[in-house]
Write a protein that binds this ligand. Structure first.
Ligand SMILES: Cc1ncc(COP(=O)(O)O)c(C=O)c1O
Length: 443
């Protein structure tokens, strides 16, 4: 490989991407890779969606940039309404940023401002679940239930408190109970041990991502979280950065439950996947209290409410609706999940398959004991490399069991993936798993 001025992003030698269309990326040798993870579960509309391109070009020709403290702009105004309508409830107060970490940072600021406005400035701590991931900036990383991710810069990151994520795989369930009931009972008892007097909010992923390997909250779990937050004066921030914008077959994953959060964060697929766009939506209650004291949000970024990104966001919502992608993902997602689960028969080291829509975690485990692999083996890294060798892009979910152990990959194709692309994805995944089999010798 020729020397590069770019700081490497992977210890692996990576192909050079020179073209991309739909669910495929092509390297400089013309080889095609099936993008089975939409990059980092972001490229919702597939690569090179013409509608996003046209919207950006039109916006560039109209108003390429106008700063939020100097002008309002029609794209941001309209996108805020479209997002609020799809969120439902009274989550009608929206601010746009450039990504998921920024979205969670501003959500945390808003949560603190809410309590400060109510005369409770001590409420500034954040609780997340162990395991989870909320971003790579200092605040969002500190609030992530994956301490290893901060290992190289620990002194810069303030670690938050955690509750146990609702993992049902490997959970011992007593006679007459259910895994969901166990998780809910544990949530209740852990909640009561938190420093609730100083807690501003709980951050919880609608459906988990790379931190947990697509953990799905069991039925009733989010409703219980809602009730506990209300009972103890704590806000609930639903992090929909990965699970939002149709990825799980609903606009937002919390909508699989009957509970509504106080704040929702989103990013990744919000701009179709290629355009940096994220944001936070606040309920009427939250913005009402804040705005009584702070009529405007002074903290922001250069690209907050940026017209180009918001134009891409509008085009994304329009494309998701006109191409009927949510119902397709709901239906095809069930099919994809069934096909992934079926792999367990042939590859018994596929321990658990969980997810919804086009967000699936495939977790590896000992075929006999269900124990996670020895972390020293780096099964996740080997799986990602083996997939790449089969020209398949999957996303790693390391340490997904408890922050130190757990190997999984995420499968989440673009929501626009064709039947042919999905079949090719599964064929290449099959080849990937076959090449991993020697790591798990039969007993
Ligand atoms: C659930 C969740 N929250 C936040 C983030 C951070 O988003 P970004 O990488 O856009 O900063 C991610 C990224 O993977 C994520 O999956």
């Amino acid at each position: 490989m020729t020397a590069s001025a770019l700081i490497p992003s992977s210890a692996r030698s990576l192909p050079l991407a020179v073209a991309a269309k739909g669910a495929r990326i092509y390297d400089e040798a013309g080889l095609d890779y099936i993008d089975a993870s939409s990059g980092p579960l972001a490229v919702t509309l597939g690569h090179g969606h013409p509608r996003v391109l046209a919207a950006i070009a039109d916006q560039f020709n109209a108003v390429d940039y106008a700063h939020r403290t100097q002008f309002r702009n029609p794209a941001a105004e309209r996108l805020a309404v479209l997002v609020a309508e799809r969120l439902g409830g009274d989550l009608g107060h929206v601010m746009f940023v450039s990504g998921g970490s920024e979205a969670n940072e501003i959500a945390m600021k808003f949560a603190h401002m809410y309590w400060a406005a109510r005369g409770l400035p001590d409420k500034h701590l954040f609780v997340s679940s162990s395991v989870s991931y909320h971003g790579n900036t200092a605040g969002a990383l500190g609030a992530s239930g994956q301490p290893r991710y901060a290992a190289n810069y620990r002194p810069l990151v303030r670690a938050g408190e955690t509750i146990t994520a609702p993992q049902v795989y490997r959970l011992a369930v007593p006679e007459g109970s259910s895994a969901g009931a166990q998780c809910i009972a544990r949530l209740r008892s852990e909640f009561s041990r938190l420093d609730l007097r100083r807690t501003a909010a709980v951050l919880f992923e609608g459906i988990g991502g790379s931190g947990s390997g697509a953990l799905v909250p069991p039925p009733g779990f989010l409703e219980e979280l809602r009730a506990l937050c209300d009972a103890h004066d704590v806000l609930w921030i639903s992090d929909e950065v990965m699970s939002g914008f149709g990825r799980t077959g609903k606009w937002f994953a919390f909508q699989h439950s009957g509970a509504v959060p106080d704040i929702v964060t989103f990013a990744k697929g919000a701009g179709g996947g290629a355009v940096p766009l994220g944001g936070a939506a606040l309920s009427r209650k939250v913005w009402g209290e804040i705005s009584a004291v702070y009529p405007a949000m002074s903290g922001g970024h250069t690209f907050t409410n940026a017209p180009l990104a918001c134009a891409a966001g509008i085009a994304t919502i329009e494309a998701l609706e006109e191409e009927h992608l949510l119902p397709r993902v709901a239906a095809q997602g069930a099919w994809l999940g069934a096909r992934l689960r079926a792999l367990r028969a042939e590859f018994p080291f596929v321990g658990d398959v969980r997810g919804a829509g086009y967000l699936w975690g495939v977790e590896f485990a000992d075929p006999v004991t269900a124990e996670p692999p020895d972390p020293a083996l780096d099964v996740t890294g080997k799986a990602v490399a083996a997939a790449a060798a089969s020209r398949l892009i999957v996303y790693p979910a390391r340490y997904c069991v408890d922050g130190t152990r757990g190997d999984a990959i995420l499968i989440g194709p673009p929501l626009t993936a064709t039947d042919e692309e999905l079949d090719e994805l599964l064929a290449r995944l099959h080849a990937t798993l076959a090449s991993l089999a020697p790591l798990f010798p039969a007993p």
